[in-house]
Write a protein that binds this ligand. Sequence first.
Ligand SMILES: [Zn+2]
Length: 137
Amino acid sequence: MNFPIRKSEAEWQEILRSKGAEPVALQVTRHAATERPFTGKYEAHWADGSYHCICCGSKLFDSDTKFDAGCGWPSFAQAIPGAIHEVVDHSHGMVRTETVCAQCGAHLGHVFEDGPAPTGLRYCMNSASLDFEPDAS
Ligand SMILES: [Zn+2]
C-alpha cells in the first residue's frame, strides 16, 4: 500500500513534537505499538468535535460515534468513510484487523465486530494516534 502522504521517521518525529503529541505517539503510529489501557488522554473524553490523525491531520471520527467500551482505549462505532485503511494483522498469535490512516499509513489501532448497533463495529484506537478538534460553535 502506497499512502499519499509519505515522510521519514525524523520528519514524523518533528511533526509530532510540534503538535505536542504524547511521548508514545511515534512508536504507536509508525511502529504499531499499543499504548497501555486507561492511560490515553481521550479514553474518557466526551466533548463534541472530531478526531483527526495525529500525524497528518486527516479527519477519522466524529465525536458522536464515540462510546465507552470499557476496554481502556477510545472506541468508536463508525469511521469517516474512506478515512481508514484496514490490514489483516497476524501478530501476537491472533488474526485481527489493523486500522491505519488512509492518508499517511499511521497505525491507529484495531477494529472488532463486537460494537454497538447499527454498525456492530468497535474501532479500538490508541489515544496517542488521535488529535481532537472541538466543534467551532
Ligand atoms: Zn494520517
